[in-house]
Design a binder for this molecule. Structure first.
Ligand code: FAD
Length: 515
């Protein structure tokens, strides 16, 4: 590209940017007025329900994927004059698509930069990965049929084969860590494979490397800054304990690992945000792992310690549990580092009613929001007049472990003898005697036997009739928010029920952590 073209494109870009900025308020207004229709006809309804291997796909997701595929097909086919050009285009398009996915490194960092949720970011990543794989397979098949002989003595062929091997490896290895590294190998080998005439691919690969390097350096910088790595005052430490000792013959899935990280640099964490936790000394392999966890402690100012609740699984978390149990004083103290906070925080204060639907450990995503809502109500900083937590658990173990936190929330929530918080815990049938039981000393926390009836609960919440209103005052019902951190079964159910209430100012938010 000559210097005049670069100037023309830059100047044009500046004018387009200025124009877009000037029409931004109108675009916002337009988006606001279309929001209801988009939610009702595209975001909520399923195109394909959840099945064992596919789904669920919403209409909106299908439309976006079709659009994305259509644009790529157009770029692939428009004005192609020979099979060789078609093959070259498929390779170049694959590289162009890769830029979108691999410039920011870690998914948490990527979603923060784009201000989208981790969930959306993973969907974008998955979509582009499928597109890249499809285009590459096409590229390899076409090249091997067009070329009369595919000699591995040619460096470009050899690197093409390594690149294709990486794609096969990508399909075989599902671990995100390996997946990312396989793609990096792929990028490097493809750089060697790209013919010298293909400038666009070269620009894309160089751009990816430059942006990826910047992103990795920034992440390293954040890690050093956040944990004061070079400070003489020591590094952050995590105190790890669990709620009960090992019981022979019982599995540990209902045990809770409690972690309190004492930071060296206080940090402000908004409700609903998570951190990536790095505890290098848990096992000999754990120095390579970072795990995301919701922060359950919340404060309107900076926090010096962070509380995390962890469910023991098979890997890092199980080893952490072993460390907690083997500690002499009942808790282990380990060197720990954090990166973050990451993730979006919803502005819950503007809604008249907020409902949380959680299952099992999904409660970790709801707790900080509950703390924030009670604080905002007590300081008259919110419009919220009703908060309902509906929590499904298999056994009461986890509920008992967080009982202290829930009780203190209920105790804090008594401004002028009025309150906003109600808690309904639904426990698997047979775990309690009778159908209903009080939870703790508060009438506002109740345990029910069996699954929650979301149809009924949402109908009552969305009608607004559970909010006390002034008699004879004609008050319009405010906006309602339903936040979900639950199993896929519950999520799908909520989505189905809630689509009937979109016109009643109801919004659904999928929280960053889904158990
Ligand atoms: C944003 C977010 C917040 C989370 N908050 C909590 C929380 O507050 N409490 C809690 O108990 N769990 C939380 N999790 C889940 C938690 O990160 C995983 O359970 C944990 O990483 C499991 O580690 P493991 O080696 O023991 O897992 P394994 O037994 O090896 O795997 C169990 C499951 O955890 C997933 N997993 C493993 N490693 C990671 C990783 N590095 N990143 C993401 N998922 C992984 C695997 O896909 C698998 O489904 C959260 C996950 C996310 C994405």
């Amino acid at each position: 590209m000559d210097i005049i073209s670069i100037y023309a494109i830059t100047a044009g870009g500046v004018f387009v940017a200025l124009f877009l900025i000037s029409i931004l308020p109108y675009l916002y207004q337009l988006a606001k007025s279309l929001e209801l229709y988009i939610s009702r006809y595209l975001i909520f309804p399923f195109f394909l329900r959840r099945h064992r291997f596919v789904g669920p796909w919403t209409r909106g997701a299908v439309l976006i994927h079709l659009l994305y595929t259509g644009v790529n097909l157009f770029c692939l086919c428009f004005g192609v004059s020979s099979p060789t050009e078609f093959a070259d285009r498929s390779g170049t398009l694959a590289v162009v698509n890769m830029v979108a996915s691999y410039t920011a490194g870690h998914v948490s960092f990527y979603s923060d930069i784009l201000s989208i949720s981790r969930h959306t970011c993973l969907q974008i990543h998955r979509g582009t990965a499928w597109m890249v794989s499809g285009l590459l397979v096409l590229h390899v098949v076409l090249i091997s049929t067009i070329q009369s002989s595919f000699s591995l003595d040619r460096t470009s062929n050899l690197f093409a084969l390594i690149g294709a091997g990486c794609v096969v490896g990508l399909t075989l290895f599902t671990l995100p860590y390996i997946r990312r590294h396989i793609f990096e190998v792929f990028l490097r080998t493809h750089q060697r494979h790209i013919p010298s005439g293909n400038r666009l691919s070269k620009i894309c690969i160089i751009t990816t490397f430059v942006l990826l390097s910047i992103a990795l350096l920034l992440q390293l910088g954040f890690l050093i800054y956040r944990n004061r790595i070079f400070s003489l005052r020591g590094w952050p430490r995590a105190r790890v304990s669990c709620n009960r000792p090992r019981i022979e013959g019982e599995n540990d899935s209902n045990v809770i690992i409690q972690v309190r990280v004492a930071l060296t640099r206080p940090v402000r964490i908004k409700a609903g945000q998570y951190i990536n936790l790095w505890i290098p000394s848990v096992t000999w392999w754990s120095w390579t792992q970072m795990h995301p966890f919701m922060v359950t402690s919340w404060s309107h100012s900076c926090q010096e310690t962070l509380d995390i609740l962890i469910q023991p699984r098979r890997g890092f978390s199980r080893e952490l549990l072993k460390q907690a149990r083997s500690a002499q004083e009942g808790s282990a103290s380990l060197r720990a580092f954090i990166i973050g906070p990451h993730g979006r925080s919803e502005n819950v204060d503007r809604y008249e009613s907020v409902m949380f639907v959680a299952s099992g450990f999904g409660i970790t995503a709801a707790i900080p929001y509950l703390k924030k809502l009670v604080y905002s109500y007590n300081t008259s900083a919110s419009r919220t007049r009703r908060v309902h937590l509906v929590w499904e658990v298999k056994t009461l173990d986890i509920a008992i472990a967080v009982q202290g936190t829930l009780n203190s929330l209920l105790e804090d929530d008594v401004l002028k003898k009025r309150y906003i918080l109600t808690i309904s815990i639904h426990v698997k049938s047979g775990q309690i005697i009778g159908d209903v039981m009080k939870f703790g000393n508060h009438d506002r926390a109740v345990v029910y036997n069996g699954h929650a009836n979301y149809d009924q609960i949402l109908h009552a919440e969305m009608s607004g009739e559970l909010i006390k209103r002034l008699p004879n005052a004609k008050e319009e019902k405010g906006e309602s928010l339903v936040m979900v951190a639950a199993s896929s079964r519950v999520r799908d159910q909520i989505r189905l029920v809630l689509q009937d209430y979109v016109h009643q100012k109801a919004k659904m938010v999928i929280l960053e952590y889904q158990p």
